[in-house]
Design a binder for this molecule. Sequence first.
Ligand SMILES: CC(C)(COP(=O)(O)OP(=O)(O)OC[C@H]1O[C@@H](n2cnc3c(N)ncnc32)[C@H](O)[C@@H]1OP(=O)(O)O)[C@@H](O)C(=O)NCCC(=O)NCCS
Length: 176
Amino acid sequence: MALPIFTERLVLRPYEAGDLEQLHAVLYSDVDAMRLLGGPRDLAGTRFALERSMTQQEITGFSFWPVIERESGLLVGEAGMFPLSPDGPDVALGYAFGARWWGRGYATEASRAVIDEAFGELGMERLVAITREANLGSRHVLEKLGFRMEGVRHVWGAEQLFFVLDRDLAQFPAPE
Ligand SMILES: CC(C)(COP(=O)(O)OP(=O)(O)OC[C@H]1O[C@@H](n2cnc3c(N)ncnc32)[C@H](O)[C@@H]1OP(=O)(O)O)[C@@H](O)C(=O)NCCC(=O)NCCS
């Protein structure tokens, strides 16, 4: 696994236990960021998510990864992949940033790096993504990345739009 991954403005690296406070402050306690993701978490909820990513990373070599802004060195969100269900086979792209960092193209930039990793180093044939219908920003990110919408599924406790990106149809490696 080729972590850390450097993009023009961001770094994606594995989670460490010491990321807890910053992850919580920046993302999981942010009411706006968590509005369409089941609401803000308390610190125990953030710890659960962090530990789940660390365990997933050990098992499969991928997970959600903290996204660090290179200029400031701050953790600004997370992006990466997670199995859609424990039975497989689909792996879902995911991303979320603290509201302060929206509108800068970070979700698109980080996702392009995740897609390169999925179809390159990890040899996946397709990635999926889910998002709520009301999440217009996320839907736009997926469209920019070349995902196509394939209907609605009940996933992770909610009705979600289901998107697919096949390796053959992806802009991979990402355009400069
Ligand atoms: C969705 C999210 C990840 C987008 O992050 P971001 O870094 O702002 O995304 P980008 O800047 O790369 O791209 C967003 C695009 O959607 C557009 N957009 C944002 N909000 C929009 C809205 N309400 N309606 C229509 N388009 C919207 C932006 O203009 C941009 O498009 P452009 O590049 O053509 O101008 C961010 O808002 C977020 O973290 N939300 C909370 C967590 C979340 O919902 N994650 C997704 C779970 S499926």
